[in-house]
Every structure is written in structure tokens, then in C-alpha cells.
Design a protein around this ligand. Structure first.
Ligand code: ALA
Length: 610
């Protein structure tokens, strides 16, 4: 069964059960400073899990592009990936466990034909915050029994560490979950496996040996986790299901890893060709091929996203840079002739053109950026290599390479620490290296990962206030500079807002003062803030500003429009996903910190509230 067929069957199955198909959201979350990438299909749905009505109803389904860099060190094995496609279905206060688990089971065994005898389930064992999931246990027992499989020894109970999902940030919706595992060894030669086919150590789904692969997870989102660590029942009980397309494809195509499925085959073949290596002969080579394949694919999706970012030393750009550089580095290890990352990326673009038209539409930019980064890195690397060898001679007698020396190579030649270690054959003093790194980088690698792992926005008050301030500023700039001012970008951290807009010249001091004054007057007026769902035509008729073409503020046919001020003379009407304060007075005050050039014809403002 082709991967495209699995996507299709999944959407069809849940459509048949009353779910509306929603598009995959962008990989780059909007105005969400606590997360770099969309890591699960539920991210854009948080307001609806919290009770806001979704215009497409209470049952949704989609296939979501996800990036999880937290797994980057595990990439290279059979199943871990930084980019993956998540099959997702949701009940927003509609059906619950008794419906969700049987549907998942039916989809897997009936629509996809998985063998019920190889399915295992896990449930939450209970603790002080929430009880044991007896309902899920009973449902699973019945499902197994009805399909002729003895339920004993198939349902495992684990604590929160295994069977609780969310919140993706520090606070937010979460709940106990029930994961579905597949015994991927089945009838295959289990002697290859460290637990053996018979008589081996008993092994459970929680074991990382590779025998059980998690293929899906039903989260029963019925709690809200507060900042103080307490859990409060949510007003509505939701289901958030996520299933891994690549892993299901691997199982259905009887492949030993996700890299041997139709999703990766052409790319792996291209790597083999360019490296003059053969996949499947030597574990160490396979690992390198898998890393290259994974990273190139992720880089293509990050660059090809409608909110695509470019390689940089910050945030998503930094992750992207790392993915491209690692691909390059591992490719060189296999002896590939540069430039090759771009050529590999082209294979990915071709393979995904149909399922993700945005990748094809952005083909030119994707390939140009990857090649530019590859060439830049390649040149620096050659120089760095010479320096690293010198360093090796200098520290010939030492056990470790000093952190600041390794950092110098990193800073000057972009030479990664791991590479210094590889070239010299000695470890670097990592804590010292990291200290230097953190002091010099706006965002350290560790920082990027923590931020990433931090997950979903907790929509903290500061962020919400800055979000509303952005609307006020946008409107003020149009008043001061003219209606040619349009939003080009917005980025909010908990400390400041950053707003990019079209305008040809540097703002004068007078203009800056004026814009600041207008925003402060709007704050002093304590205008009410509210939103309405409407069609694009209605929004245009009302004079709304904002990104009409941005399909991610769209929910079905409707878009969300925020009104600030009093009917009918609103101060601002703007298309936006939210969240916002309820009254502008909550902002306290507004101060413009900086106005500078962002790119040709685009200016950038940084400002704070309070
Ligand atoms: N959000 C859940 C997960 O990612 C479904 O596992």
C-alpha cells in the first residue's frame, strides 16, 4: 500500500464518521514565542480544545506536517525522524474514549488491514492528579476479545511519563492517553532481535529495543495544567489522536525502517548513487544515509513552508542551518562530491510535489537557499579542517581539547564541535565550549532545543498584550505613514514585539513619536477587543486589514477578525488568529524602542508595553 493511499484512507475513514477535513497548518507557528515548530496537529487547535467553537464543527481530521528536533539524536535508527506527517483526528467536546479507541482500532485493522494479534495498547495507570484509566482498559479488553485475541498481556499501564500527553507548553490542555503499538517483528526472524523470538527476555511496549513501534496515540484532553502544576478539569472533554504516517507505511510495506518505504526510497537511492555506497549492507553506513535523508527532507519542508524561514543563527533558521550542515557533513563522510545537498533536496521536492504543492511552488527558493548554505559551509569547512588539524598537533599530549579553542573553530569557520572531535579524535571540554557558545549566540543550540521542547505557547499575559499592541501599532502606522503600510512579519517574545511592514524610508523622529502617541491614546481609551468569524468578502467589506491570503488564519470558509474600539468607529479591524486582551487598557502603555531596516522596502519596529 502506497503512503498516499494511507493518507487517503485515513481522511476517508474519519470523514465517513462525520469529521471535517482541515488543512495542515504551517510548520512555523504564528506569534508563538515558546515553540519553534508545529510538533503536533493539536497546536493550532488549542483555542478550540479550550471551548471556542470551531467553524467546521466538533469533529476534525487532517494530515499535519510536524517537526520535532528533540528527537534529532535518535535519528539514524529505524523509526525516528525530525520531520514527519501526523494523521490527526479530533473531538472538540464531542465523542470520547468509547468512540475514539474503537475507531482507531477499526481504521488500523480494517482500513489498513493490520493484524490485531500484533497490536498492543498502553493506558495511564493513575496517580494523585487523575485516576487509572479503567474505561480505556475496558474498551481495549473488549476490542481484543471481539477480534479473537486474548486481551491478557496486551494492555500495559504506565505513569505520566509514558501515558500522559501535553501540555505542549508550560500550561494548557492535556490528559491521559492510550498509545497503540505494533509488534513489527511479527513472524520475521526474531533471532536478529536482541530479545529473541522465543525464550528471550520479556519485553514491553515501553522497551526501546525496536520490537514495538508506536503507531498512534489517543489523548483524552480533559484537563488544564496551570503554571503552579495543578490540573483542573476542562469545561469540555476532547480527543486528540495522532498517528505516524511514516511508521504505518513502514509496517504496511513490510519494510525494516521508515527509510525503506516509498516515502524515502528515491532519496535513499540518490544518496547511494552519489556516495557510491549501498544501503542495507553495513549498519554504520545505513545510519549515516538515514541521517542525511531525514535532514534533507526536513530542510526542504522548513524552507518550502509558506512561512518558510532561511538559514540563520536564530530560532527556526538555526535549526534549518544545522540540518543542512549536518547533511553536508555526513555526506562528505560518505565521500559525496559537493554540491550535493541541493540535488538531494530536489528529489524530495519531486516526491512531495503532489501531496504538498507549497513545496513545489517554492522549489526555486528551497534549492537556492540549500545550495547557498551548503557552499558557504563547505568553503569554511575546508579552512576549518586545516585549523582543526593544527589544533590536534597543538594538543597532541592532552586528553581533551579546551572549550574555547573548539569554540573558536565553530565561531570562525562554522566548524561544529562534533566535527572537531572527529578530526582530532579527542573529546572537547563540552561545558567550557557550551559556556562560550551561550555567551556568544543569541540562541544557543541547547536553548533552541529547550525552546523547541517547551512546545506550545502558554499564551502568557505578556504575549497576549504585545499581540494586541501589534494591532494598535499597525493601525497607527497606516495613519501616520499611509495605507501602503502592510504587515510583512510579526514576531513576539514575552519581552517585546517585532513588527515588519512595507515602507520605503526610514521613519523620522516625528513620525515615530506620532505613532507612539496614537497607540498610547488607544490604550488610554480602554477600547473593548472582540472577534467575529466571517467570510473574506465580509471582512473586506468591513475594511479589515491583515493577511487575507494567509490560509492559516482561515478556518474553513471563515476567517477570524478582531475588532478594537467601539461600533461603528472601530480603531482597528484586523484578520488574526488571536489571542488578544479584552480591553486595550490592559496594555498599560506603549514604547517604541527601535525602528530600522529589515530588507528592501521593509522596515522593522521593536516595541514594548507596560
Ligand atoms: N498530540 C498527540 C501526540 O502528539 C496526539 O502524540
Amino acid at each position: 500500500m502506497k503512503s498516499s493511499e494511507i493518507r487517503k484512507r485515513y481522511l476517508q475513514f474519519f470523514e465517513k464518521h462525520g469529521h471535517a477535513v482541515v488543512p495542515s497548518a504551517s510548520l512555523i507557528p504564528e506569534n508563538d514565542p515558546t515553540v519553534l515548530f508545529t510538533t503536533a496537529g493539536m497546536h493550532p487547535l488549542v483555542p478550540f480544545l479550550m471551548g471556542e467553537a470551531h467553524p467546521q464543527g466538533k469533529r476534525l481530521v487532517n494530515v499535519q506536517k510536524c517537526v520535532r528536533t528533540g528527537d534529532i539524536d535518535e535519528v539514524g535508527d529505524a523509526t525516528h525522524l525530525t520531520f514527519f506527517e501526523m494523521l490527526g483526528n479530533w473531538s472538540l467536546g464531542d465523542y470520547f474514549r468509547e468512540q475514539a479507541i474503537p475507531w482507531t482500532f477499526e481504521f488500523l485493522t480494517d482500513s489498513l488491514g493490520l493484524d490485531p494479534k500484533r497490536i498492543y495498547a498502553t493506558v495511564f495507570e493513575g496517580d494523585d492528579d487523575a485516576p487509572r484509566d479503567e474505561d480505556a482498559i475496558a474498551i481495549w479488553r473488549k476490542l481484543f476479545t471481539d477480534s479473537g485475541v486474548k486481551p491478557d498481556g496486551r494492555i500495559f499501564q504506565y505513569p505520566k511519563s509514558e501515558n500522559w500527553w501535553g501540555p505542549a507548553g508550560q500550561t494548557g490542555p492535556c490528559g491521559p492517553d492510550s498509545e497503540i503499538f505494533y509488534d513489527v517483528l511479527g513472524d520475521k526472524d526474531r533471532t536478529k532481535h536482541k530479545h529473541g523470538w522465543s525464550g528471550g527476555e520479556p519485553c514491553q511496549p515501553s522497551c526501546s529495543c525496536g520490537r514495538y513501534v508506536e503507531v498512534g496515540n489517543n489523548v483524552f484532553m480533559q484537563y488544564f495544567k496551570h503554571a503552579d502544576g495543578t490540573f483542573e478539569p476542562l469545561a469540555q472533554k476532547n480527543v486528540d489522536f495522532g498517528g505516524g504516517l511514516e511508521r504505518l507505511t513502514m509496517i504496511l510495506q513490510k519494510a525494516d525502517s521508515v527509510f525503506e518505504t516509498d516515502l524515502f526510497k528515491p532519496l535513499v537511492a540518490e544518496i547511494e548513487k552519489r556516495a557510491g555506497a549501498k544501503y542495507g549492507e553495513e549498519e554504520a553506513t545505513d545510519r549515516v544515509i538515514r541521517i542525511i535523508a531525514d535532514h534533507v527532507r526536513s530542510a526542504v519542508f522548513i524552507l518550502g513552508d509558506p512561512r518558510g524561514v532561511t538559514p540563520s543563527n536564530l530560532d527556526q533558521g538555526y535549526v534549518l542551518r544545522r540540518l543542512i550542515r549536518r547533511s553536508y557533513r555526513y555526506g562528505r563522510q560518505l565521500g559525496m562530491e559537493m554540491p550535493f545537498v541541493g540535488a538531494l533536496a530536489e528529489v524530495v521536492v519531486r516526491g512531495y510535489a503532489e501531496a504538498y504543492p507549497e513545496i513545489e511552488a517554492n522549489r526555486g527558493r528551497v534549492l537556492a537557499e540549500i545550495t547557498a548554505e551548503e557552499e558557504k559551509f563547505g568553503k569554511a569547512l575546508e579552512k576549518g579542517l586545516v585549523e582543526a588539524e593544527k589544533l590536534g598537533r597543538k594538543y597532541a599530549e592532552a586528553d581533551v581539547i579546551p572549550g574555547d579553542e573548539a569554540f573558536y573553530l565553530y565561531e570562525t569557520f562554522g566548524f561544529p564541535r562534533e566535527m572537531t572531535e572527529e578530526v582530532i579524535g579527542k573529546p572537547v571540554d563540552v561545558p567550557a565550549f557550551e559556556d562560550r557558545f551561550k555567551a556568544h549566540q543569541a540562541l544557543s543550540r541547547t536553548g533552541a532545543e529547550q525552546k523547541f521542547a517547551g512546545g506550545l505557547a502558554d499564551h502568557s499575559e505578556e504575549v497576549t498584550r504585545l499581540h494586541t499592541a501589534t494591532h494598535l501599532l499597525h493601525r497607527a502606522l497606516r495613519q501616520v505613514l499611509g495605507v501602503h503600510v502592510e504587515q510583512k512579519g510579526s514576531n513576539i517574545t514575552k519581552d517585546r514585539l517585532r513588527f515588519d511592514f512595507t515602507h520605503g524610508e526610514k521613519m523620522t523622529d516625528g513620525q515615530k513619536k506620532e505613532a507612539e502617541k496614537i497607540v498610547n491614546e488607544a490604550i488610554a481609551a480602554d477600547y473593548p477587543v472582540r472577534f467575529e468569524m466571517m467570510t473574506v468578502e465580509e471582512a473586506k467589506a468591513k475594511g479589515a486589514i491583515g493577511l487575507f491570503e494567509d490560509k492559516y488564519t482561515k478556518l474553513g470558509n471563515d476567517i477570524k477578525v478582531y475588532f478594537i474600539g467601539n461600533d461603528p468607529d472601530y480603531f482597528s479591524i484586523e484578520i488574526c488568529g488571536g489571542p488578544h486582551v479584552t480591553h486595550t487598557g490592559e496594555l498599560g502603555g506603549f514604547r517604541l524602542l527601535k525602528e530600522e531596516s529589515s530588507s528592501a522596502g521593509v522596515r522593522r519596529i521593536k516595541a514594548v508595553v507596560g
